[in-house]
Design a binder for this molecule. Structure first.
Ligand code: G3H
Ligand code: 13P
Ligand code: ZN
Length: 334
């Protein structure tokens, strides 16, 4: 079926208390893995094109991969721009047929972030396409490289001085209200304690901050950097991580109203793990597809676990209704 907008999908998720997974479109195998899993789980899904994917595959290839996947799919698929860098890139993606945009002005002074976000929202809304913006800064783990102990293996919480920096970068609920009112954005990536690019899920979220931002804005809130966030309280207990009263996990964030969750690193690591195991088992293999396929299978199981965690499995029908599509209208595809 044709690509759908993220607007109604996220509002439906917000109303019904689940989150939609957003996974990166890095290559054909990953796109197929995400779509096949979404079909099997009957889950709505967002495939997003990151800055790294644009540099690696090129915007045209990345776009066509997702469009082709959506055409063949019987679940709602959104083509989203991840961490759009500027106005021009957003316009290029609008023209290329993206059904969801993002401007990440978190490195810019607040006023510039507001002005550019608002300009992008104005042009995107003229085409009925929604825009995600970012407030506060969701950092990358690499930003703190110099502050991490040598050989930090991600198996324990971040050192206090790094956590203090993460806290300083969080979204301010007072600013959030004005930010959303002035930008007219459709969803907000609010910095609430996650860090991009972590190899293990040991990071707690500030649920109090998330609730305050949600209450002050009303728009669907987006969680970035989910690879590094503790998934459940059971996981926290198992890892011996104590959560403060205002801290929580991915599951807590969903209960607190997160509507879209971005995962990249854990999926990338799953692909590499599958390929590594296949190559170690059969180092003389000459057919690259025999190594790529186990990578794709690992991605499928990782994506499936996330969809179930996000409680979006089985929500394709509800999301299609929200997007103005009826299950019956696409039955002939099946
Ligand atoms: O927000 C982080 C991105 O998903 C990372 O992806 O390395 O492909 O830019 P990238
Ligand atoms: P991770 O790579 O940390 O999962 O972050 C993904 C993300 O936020 C993409 O925008
Ligand atoms: Zn991100």
């Amino acid at each position: 079926m044709p690509l759908v907008s993220s607007k109604e999908l996220l509002i439906k998720a917000q109303e019904e208390g689940y989150a939609i997974g957003a996974f990166n479109a890095n290559n054909m195998e990953c796109v197929q893995a995400v779509i096949e899993t979404a079909e099997e789980e009957r889950a709505p899904v967002i495939l997003q094109v990151s800055q790294g994917a644009i540099a690696y595959a090129g915007l045209e290839f990345a776009t066509m991969l997702v469009k082709t996947a959506a055409e063949l799919a019987t679940v709602p698929v959104v083509l989203h721009l991840d961490h759009g860098t500027d106005f021009d890139q957003n316009v290029r993606c609008l023209r290329a047929g993206f059904t969801s945009l993002m401007y990440d002005g978190s490195d810019k002074p607040l006023e510039e972030n507001i002005q550019v976000s608002a300009k992008i929202a104005e042009i995107a809304h003229a085409c009925d396409i929604p825009v995600e913006t970012e407030l506060g800064k969701i950092p990358k783990i690499e930003d703190f490289q110099a502050m991490l102990p040598a050989g930090y293996d991600y198996s324990v919480k971040l050192p206090k001085e790094v956590q203090d920096k993460v806290d300083d970068l969080m979204a301010d609920p007072d600013q959030a209200e004005e930010f959303v009112a002035r930008t007219h954005c459709d969803s907000l990536a609010a910095a609430v304690g996650s860090v991009h690019g972590m190899k293990r899920d040991v990071q707690p979220l500030r649920i109090d901050r998330l609730v305050a931002v949600r209450e002050r804005t009303g728009v669907p809130i987006v969680l970035h950097g989910a690879s590094g966030v503790i998934k459940s309280r059971e996981d926290a207990d198992r890892m011996g991580i104590e959560l403060a009263g205002n801290e929580g996990t991915v599951q807590d964030a969903i209960k607190a109203g997160i509507s879209k969750i971005n995962v990249a690193t854990e999926v990338s690591m799953a692909f590499l793990r599958g390929m590594k195991q296949a190559f170690e088992k059969d180092p003389g293999q000459k057919d690259m597809r025999k190594i790529l396929l186990p990578g794709k299978k690992e991605v499928k199981e990782t994506v499936r676990a996330f969809m179930r965690l996000f409680e979006c499995s089985g929500k394709a029908g509800a999301a299609m209704g929200a997007a103005g599509l009826r299950e019956s209208a696409i039955k002939h595809h099946e």
